[in-house]
Design a protein around this ligand. Structure first.
Ligand code: NAD
Ligand code: SAH
Length: 402
């Protein structure tokens, strides 16, 4: 069996919102002749998004958005199906960056980014290409924050759409997608039982809520660590224990960071941990669990299973999965298909919006228009065979009255 082709065919049957949108818009070829660069975790669902963008007429060039999340069989199959692809799974950050650069050589008009690496490279190193770019669609929380930081410093040169902030993206992807795929990865990599464990989730944002909820469903006792008072209260009301990492570090069996911040688990915490603790990150980059600290303070390091590194700290064995990079993507297949179908539907319609409206857009961050959320939710409900009520005239009047 050809694995790349089989994986793409499997997701193609299940990305039904994307399929409905392609069916609806294909005849008009709304992306005809537009050059679209895609920099998203390069596995089957992303491959299918790229192929769908091409079906609407675009010329597409694809790269990854994390050195470890590219699946090489998908790269080969996308090339076979006629796309330009510059990516490979690698431990070498320079190779990853070279691939970003080569992708920009294509002189894209629209960028579909995840984590803003391509957008930042464009603004830092490839300013000469900015004139060709009509806009960027950004997939994730940290990418949106990075682009807003560019905007706040007066350096953003192109319009950007905050795809992450669409309701049909973060309510499902960040919460239920991360909730399921983090445990899928931890389970498939460790083969351990989650019930009986004390799980520590750092960050109670959209991702953290999902990771904590699914850990509870699997029978774990869950502790949340936060720096935000309201989110901490929310976690307590949702039935979780809340405490500082200094306390949680002593008792946790498994740790998951989802904060978008750096050094959330660091030297002072590693030194307190129990023998056998499992360390994972599902937030941005490989800095939430401080791999640099682990490398510095450990007395030995070895690979004990694929994707699992054992560090000895103070005579205790700590197990880091996927080198501290996104556990669900660097050591598994990422979010489930039906979830990425929704997120990528937002991407597809946002690309179409940029192509349609870019001449009237300024170099700033734009929200996804509510009509896009509405179209996607209605399409998904229809595919699920679910109908809902609509307002009567009397109700509409009632809601507008004071
Ligand atoms: P969010 O802003 O909703 O939540 C982040 C939370 O972390 C906030 O509540 C914040 O107060 C908290 N936090 C910050 N610093 C902290 C610290 N030192 N200790 C404890 N908590 C801290 O963001 P989100 O949408 O939940 O995304 C979180 C991260 O996950 C981002 O980097 C995002 O890009 C990434 N993400 C990953 C996936 C994935 O597939 N793995 C999916 C979506 C988003
Ligand atoms: N480039 C950063 C960005 C964080 S990725 C990094 O590697 O650290 C987080 C994003 O990955 C989420 O917003 C989610 O939409 C996306 N994602 C999750 N599962 C995915 C999958 N199976 N395929 C493609 N993207 C996925």
């Amino acid at each position: 069996m050809d694995l790349g082709s089989a994986k793409l065919d499997w997701v193609a049957q299940r990305m039904s919102v994307i399929n409905s949108l392609v069916e609806k818009y294909e005849k008009d070829q709304p992306l005809r002749g537009v050059k679209v660069a895609v920099s998203v975790h390069l596995e089957a669902k992303t491959g299918y998004l790229a192929l769908s963008i091409a079906k609407l007429g675009a010329d597409v060039s694809v790269t990854g958005s994390n050195p470890l999340s590219t699946q090489d069989e998908i790269v080969s199959e996308l090339k076979r199906r006629g796309l330009r692809v510059n990516a490979r799974r690698t431990h070498d950050l320079n190779v990853y960056k070279e691939n970003l650069d080569t992708t920009l050589d294509f002189e894209p008009n629209v960028i579909v980014d995840d984590g803003a690496d391509l957008t930042v490279t464009l603004h830092e190193k490839r300013k000469d290409l900015l004139k060709n770019v009509w806009g960027v669609c950004e997939e994730t929380t940290t990418g949106v924050k990075r682009i807003k930081a560019l905007e706040n410093s007066g350096k953003l040169r192109v319009p950007a759409i905050a795809v992450n902030d669409a309701k049909t993206k973060h309510l499902f992807d960040n919460r239920y997608g991360t909730g399921q795929s983090v445990w899928d990865s931890i389970i498939r990599n460790t083969n351990m039982n989650i019930a009986e464990k004390i799980v520590v989730v750092s960050g109670y944002g959209w991702c953290g809520k999902g990771v904590a909820m699914r850990a509870k469903g699997l029978g774990a006792r869950v502790i949340v660590t936060e720096i935000d008072a309201v989110k901490s209260l929310e976690a307590i009301m949702d039935g979780f224990n809340v405490m500082p990492m200094r306390e949680a570090a002593r008792i946790g069996d498994m740790f998951v960071t989802v904060t978008g911040n750096a050094s959330v688990i660091r030297e002072e915490h590693f030194k307190l941990m129990k023998d056998g603790a499992i360390l994972t990150n599902a937030g941005h980059f490989n800095v939430e669990v401080s791999v640099a600290d682990l490398e510095r303070i450990s007395t030995s390091k070895r690979e004990v299973r694929p994707n699992i590194t054992e560090y000895t700290v103070n005579g205790k064995r700590l197990y880091l999965i996927a080198e501290g990079r996104l556990v669900n993507l660097a050591a598994a297949d990422g979010h489930p298909i039906e979830i990425m179908d929704l997120s990528f539907a937002v991407q597809l319609l946002s690309v179409m919006k940029i192509v349609r409206d870019h001449e009237n857009m300024e170099p700033r961050m734009y929200p996804v228009p509510s009509e896009i959320d509405d179209e996607i939710a209605k399409t998904k409900l229809k595919l699920l065979g679910i109908t809902i009520d609509s307002l009567t005239n009397e109700q509409r009047k009632y809601l507008q009255s004071w």
